[in-house]
Design a protein around this ligand. Structure first.
Ligand code: ADP
Ligand code: MG
Ligand code: MG
Length: 898
C-alpha cells in the first residue's frame, strides 16, 4: 500500500478526487501540479497513516514510512537542486496539515524546516541575503516551538512567549513592524527564542533537520486531536477517524525582499458572491502574515484597492503611495496570477480560495480549494455559474447547502432604523448580516449574554467556540482575509474586521472610539454588509426573498416533486410561510390558541366543569374565538389545504398550578379553592405524554371534538360566503386503534352534516389521522379504510419507538451523543433505521388499501434536510415544517429528485 504520494514539476501521483486519502490540500496540490500550475514540489503522507499513528504510535509509524519519506525528500532535492540539511545549498520544507475537508487554521503547519545555526549561514551566503535568512530562522523557531514543542501562552491573558520577546525588543528599539528588525535584532531573537525553549521545555531546540522533520510530521498528526480541531469537527459533524494528511513541500520565500510577496485571493467575493477577483497581499512577508493581521495587507486588484480605500477613508494619492494594489506594483505577475485564478475556477467549476507566494519575481501557487462563502454568496455564485454555463441547473441546485439558506432568512436591519442609527466607526464588511448584542472581549465569555458581540483586536483559531456563540464579530485589526473574516464567512456570521479606529483594552474591558468609551455589556450593532459599527440596538425586519434566492427557489420548484407545507397556528405565521413558498398548512395546533389570556379562562372552566352540561356551556364560549382563529388562518392560506389537528395535550397543562391563580379561578367560577385543588390533583398523571391526551380526550369528552369541528366547518362556510375557498383537513391525533378513529370520525361527520343542514350550504372537507403511535403504523391498512389522509407525527413516533420521553431526554441524550451510543439526536434528525421503518411500513400498508392515500409528515423533522430526503424516498406527498424552514425543505425536495 502506498503511504506517500509525490507532486511537483507538472506531474503527480494523486489527483483532486483523492481528498479522502490525501486531504483536500494534498489532493489539490497534486491536481494543480498535473495541470501545469507552478506549485513547489513535495509529497503527501496519507490520512490513513494518521489513523495508523493513532493506533500504533510514533515509533511503529515512522518505521513504516521512513523509506518512502526519505526517497521523496531525495526527489524534492533533485527537482530543486538543493539538499536537505546541507549547509551550503540547503533545502527547506514546510510541513502542512490538511484534512479531507478544509478546516482553516484548525490544525498546524511549520514553515522553513531544516534550519539550524550552520544551515542559516549557508542560506544567507547562498541567497546573499542575511536579513532573509535570519528572518526565516526566527520564524522557524517560533512556529516549531509553538506547534511541536508546546511553547504556548500560560493563560488567556498572557501573551505568546515568543511574541513577548519580540514586543520587548520592538519597544527597546522603538520600532513597530517585524520588517524593521535588523540582522542583529534577528540574531538576538533567535538566541533568545532558543533560550526560552530550553527554559520552558528543559530541552535544547533540535538541530538535526531529520529530527525536526519527524517531530513536525508527528505534531501535525497530533493536531488532528487538538482542542481547536476537535471543536471544529464536532461543530460540523466530521468523524474522528478521518484523520489528517501531512504535506511536506519545498519552501518558496515571500520574505526575500521587495520583489517578494505573499497573499491570499478568491476568484469571487466570498461575502456577496459578486464575480470579482479579489484578495490581499503583503510585500516581503511569509505565510500567515496576511491572515494574522500583523501588518495591514494590501489589495490584489485596483478595483478592490479603491473600494478598500473608500471604506478606510484614505485618499487616492495616499492609496497609490502607501497601499497600492498588486495589479499596480507588479503588473506582469498580477496578470499571471489572474490567468491561474481563471484557469483554476474553470477547472474546478467553483469559486476558489488560493494562496500564493512570489519569490524574487517568480510566482508560486501554494493552495487552492473551493472557497468558504456566506449563504448569500453561495446562492449568488451557484446562479452565476449556471448563467455562465459552467454548471447546469441540477448542479446549481446541488451547490446549495440547505442549512446555509437559513442565513438568508434571518431578520435584517430595518432601513428606517438604520437612517436614525449613530455610526461610531467603520470597518471592513468582512461577512454580511445584521448583528445586535452586548459587547464581550473574550471568546470564552461569549455566552455571558444572550446576545453578544465579540470585540477583539484580532481573533485566533482558539476563539472559534466563542465566535460560534456570539451574534457578531468585530475586530480592530486584520483584513478581508483575516482569520476572523474567513471563519465568520464560513459560519455565516456577521463580521466587521480591521476597524482601525477602535482602541481595545482587554484589561479594562473597554472599547474606545473617538474618545467615547464603551464597556462590556454595552449594546452595539454591526452591519456586516457595509462595515458600519452602530451604537446601541437597531430594529430588525423580515428579509425579502428576492434576486438570486428567488431564482434558486424557482429552480427548486421546477425539479421538486414533493410539496412543502408549513406548521402554523396563527394567520401571521401562515402569511410568512406563504411568502416563503408554503403550499398549505400541514399542522395547525389548536391548543396553542387556548393559552392566550382571555381564552385560558374559558378553557379552564371547561376542564373544571363536572357535568356535560357545564362543559358544553364553557365550550360555547370558546366556539366563537376558535372559529375566528380558523377564519384568519383559512383566509391567509386562501385556496390551499389547511390541516387542523384536534385538541392534543393532556388537560393538566391548562389548569393553574400556583396557589394564587388557583384562588383567582375559584373566585371567578364561584367554587371553593378546595374544589379547584381537587380537580388539579385529579388531572395529575404519572406519565402525561402516555396519558389522557390526543383522541383519548375527544373520545372521553366528545363535546370537545364537536365544538372544534363546528368552529372549523362554520369558519369555512363563513369564508365561502365571502367568496374565499378553503380546504379544511381535520386531523385526529394519537390514534392507536382503528375504533378510536372511527368514533372520532363519526362525531366529526355528524356535526358537519348538522351544520350543512342548518346553513343549507356545504364545503368540502376531509378527515384523516396522525400516525404517531407505533401501533397505528402497524395497522395502517385498517386505519386507511376509514381515514382520508395520514400525517406522520414523528415527534411522538420517535418518543414512543425509542421509549425516550421527549421532556426528559435532555438528561441522557447529550451523554449518549458524546459517548457515540447515538450519532445524532433522533428528535432532530429522523432515525431512518428504526422509526423510518414504521414510516415506510405505515405508508405502504395505508396505500395497499388506498393507492392514492395522501401522506405527509408534520414533526420537527419536516424541515431537516436528511429527513426531508427520506420522506421523498418514502413517497410522501408533502412535508410540513416551521415557516423559516420552508425554503430549505423546498430545496431539499428538489435535490432529492436529482
Ligand atoms: P492552513 O491550512 O492553516 O492554511 P497552510 O499549510 O496552508 O496552513 O500553511 C500556512 C501558510 O504557510 C500559508 O499561508 C501557506 O501559503 C504558507 N506556506 C505553506 N507551505 C509553504 C511553502 N512551501 N512555501 C511558502 N509558503 C508556504
Ligand atoms: Mg492554507
Ligand atoms: Mg403528537
Amino acid at each position: 500500500k502506498t503511504r506517500v504520494y509525490r507532486f511537483g514539476n507538472k506531474v503527480a501521483d494523486g489527483n483532486s478526487k483523492m481528498k479522502n486519502l490525501l486531504g483536500g490540500k494534498g489532493a489539490n496540490l497534486a491536481e494543480m501540479s498535473a495541470i501545469g500550475i507552478p506549485v513547489p514540489p513535495g509529497f503527501t503522507i496519507t490520512t490513513e497513516v494518521c489513523t495508523e499513528y493513532n493506533l500504533l504510535g510514533e515509533v511503529a509509524v515512522i518505521d513504516m514510512i521512513r523509506d518512502e519519506v526519505e526517497a521523496s525528500i531525495t526527489n524534492i532535492e533533485t527537482l530543486m537542486g538543493t539538499r536537505f540539511g546541507d549547509k551550503d545549498n540547503p533545502l527547506l520544507v514546510s510541513v502542512r496539515s490538511g484534512a479531507r475537508v478544509s478546516m482553516p487554521g484548525m490544525m498546524d503547519t511549520v514553515l522553513n524546516l531544516g534550519l539550524n545555526d550552520e544551515v542559516v549561514l549557508g542560506l544567507a551566503k547562498k541567497t546573499n541575503n542575511e536579513q532573509f535568512a535570519w528572518d526565516s530562522y526566527r520564524r522557524f523557531i517560533q512556529m516549531y516551538g509553538g506547534v511541536v514543542l508546546g511553547m504556548k501562552p500560560a493563560s488567556k491573558d498572557d501573551i505568546d512567549p515568543f511574541e513577548e520577546i519580540m514586543e520587548n525588543l520592538k519597544g527597546k528599539r522603538g520600532i513597530q513592524l517585524d520588517t524593521e528588525f535588523t540582522v542583529q535584532d534577528l540574531k538576538d531573537l533567535v538566541y533568545d527564542f532558543k533560550e526560552a525553549v530550553k527554559k520552558q521545555t528543559g530541552h535544547s531546540f533540535p538541530t538535526n533537520p531529520w529530527e525536526q522533520l519527524w517531530g513536525a510530521i508527528i505534531a501535525v498528526f497530533n493536531s488532528w486531536n487538538g482542542d481547536r480541531a476537535v471543536y471544529y469537527r464536532n461543530m460540523n459533524g466530521y468523524p474522528a477517524d478521518w484523520g489528517t494528511a501531512v504535506n511536506v513541500q519545498a519552501m518558496v520565500y515571500g520574505n526575500m525582499g521587495n520583489s517578494s510577496a505573499t497573499g491570499v485571493c478568491f476568484t469571487r467575493d466570498a461575502g456577496t458572491g459578486e464575480n470579482v477577483f479579489n484578495g490581499e497581499y503583503l510585500i516581503n512577508a511569509q505565510g500567515e502574515d496576511v491572515v494574522a493581521g500583523v501588518r495591514t495587507p494590501q489589495q490584489i486588484t485596483v478595483l478592490g484597492s479603491k473600494r478598500w480605500a473608500e471604506l478606510a477613508q484614505i485618499s487616492e494619492e495616499d492609496r497609490k503611495e502607501n497601499y497600492p494594489s498588486l495589479e499596480e506594483v507588479m503588473p506582469g505577475l498580477f496578470k499571471e496570477l489572474d490567468g491561474y485564478q481563471q484557469k483554476l475556477e474553470k477547472h474546478y467549476r467553483d469559486m476558489q480560495d488560493m494562496e500564493f507566494t512570489i519569490q524574487e519575481g517568480k510566482l508560486w501557487i501554494l493552495q487552492t480549494r473551493n472557497g468558504k462563502r456566506t449563504g448569500a454568496g453561495m446562492v449568488k455564485i451557484a446562479m452565476d455559474l449556471l448563467n455562465e454555463g459552467l454548471i447546469d441547473e441540477k448542479e446549481a441546485l446541488l451547490r446549495i447547502e440547505p442549512n446555509k439558506l437559513d442565513e438568508l432568512l434571518h431578520p435584517v436591519f430595518d432601513p428606517k432604523a438604520l437612517k436614525r442609527a449613530h455610526v461610531i466607526a467603520q470597518g471592513l464588511p468582512a461577512s454580511p448580516g445584521a448583528a445586535t448584542g452586548k459587547i464581550v472581549f473574550f471568546a470564552d465569555e461569549a455566552a455571558k449574554f444572550k446576545n453578544s458581540i465579540l470585540v477583539r483586536i484580532e481573533t485566533s483559531p482558539e476563539d472559534l467556540e466563542g465566535m460560534h456563540i456570539a451574534k457578531g464579530i468585530l475586530t480592530a485589526r486584520g483584513g478581508m482575509t483575516s482569520h476572523a473574516a474567513v471563519v465568520a464567512r464560513g459560519m455565516g456570521k456577521c463580521c466587521i474586521s480591521g476597524a482601525g479606529a477602535l482602541k481595545i483594552n482587554y484589561k479594562a474591558r473597554t472599547l474606545t472610539v473617538d474618545g467615547h468609551e464603551y464597556h462590556e455589556g454595552d449594546w452595539i450593532s454591526l452591519n456586516g454588509s457595509t462595515g458600519n459599527i452602530i451604537e446601541g440596538k437597531v430594529e430588525t425586519v423580515e428579509p425579502e426573498l428576492s434576486g438570486e434566492f428567488a431564482e434558486i427557489m424557482k429552480l427548486s420548484d421546477k425539479y421538486a416533486k414533493m410539496k412543502v407545507r408549513t406548521n402554523a397556528d396563527t394567520p401571521k405565521d401562515a402569511k410568512i410561510a406563504r411568502t416563503f413558498g408554503a403550499e398549505g398548512i400541514g399542522l395547525t395546533r389548536t391548543e396553542h390558541m387556548f393559552f392566550e389570556v382571555d381564552r385560558i379562562k374559558a378553557m379552564r372552566e371547561m376542564i373544571l366543569a363536572d357535568t356535560v352540561k357545564g362543559r358544553k356551556q364553557a365550550l360555547q364560549d370558546l366556539l366563537p374565538m376558535q372559529r375566528s382563529d380558523f377564519e384568519g388562518i383559512f383566509e391567509a392560506m386562501e385556496g390551499l389545504p389547511v390541516t387542523i389537528r384536534l385538541l392534543d395535550p393532556p388537560l393538566h397543562e391548562f389548569v393553574p398550578h400556583q396557589l394564587a391563580t388557583q384562588k383567582e379561578l375559584a373566585e371567578e367560577m364561584h367554587i371553593s379553592l378546595q374544589a379547584v385543588k381537587n380537580k388539579v390533583a385529579e388531572l395529575e398523571e404519572f406519565n402525561p405524554m402516555l396519558g389522557h391526551r390526543g383522541c383519548r380526550l375527544g373520545n372521553t369528552y366528545p363535546e370537545i371534538t364537536e365544538m372544534q369541528t363546528r368552529a372549523i366547518i362554520e369558519a369555512a362556510l363563513n369564508l365561502k360566503e365571502r367568496g374565499i375557498i378553503c380546504k379544511p383537513e381535520i386531523m385526529v391525533p394519537l390514534v392507536g386503534t382503528v375504533d378510536e378513529f372511527i368514533a372520532q370520525e363519526c362525531i366529526i361527520r355528524e356535526t358537519a352534516n348538522a351544520i350543512f343542514e342548518e346553513r343549507n350550504d356545504k364545503v368540502e372537507y376531509s378527515v384523516g389521522t396522525m400516525i404517531e403511535v407505533p401501533r397505528a403504523a402497524l395497522l395502517a391498512d385498517k386505519i386507511a379504510e376509514h381515514a382520508d389522509f395520514f400525517s406522520f407525527g414523528t415527534n411522538d413516533l420517535t418518543q414512543m419507538t425509542f421509549g425516550y420521553s421527549r421532556d426528559d431526554a435532555g438528561k441522557f441524550l447529550p451523554i449518549y451523543i458524546q459517548k457515540g451510543i447515538l450519532k445524532v439526536d433522533p428528535f432532530e434528525v429522523l432515525d431512518q433505521e428504526g422509526v423510518g421503518q414504521l414510516v415506510q411500513l405505515g405508508t405502504e400498508r395505508g396505500r395497499s388499501i388506498k393507492p392514492n392515500l395522501k401522506v405527509g409528515i408534520c414533526g420537527e423533522h419536516g424541515g431537516e434536510p436528511s429527513s426531508v430526503e427520506f420522506c421523498y424516498n418514502t413517497g410522501m406527498n408533502y412535508v410540513s415544517c416551521s415557516p423559516y424552514r420552508v425554503p430549505i425543505a423546498r430545496l431539499v425536495s428538489a435535490q432529492a429528485t436529482i
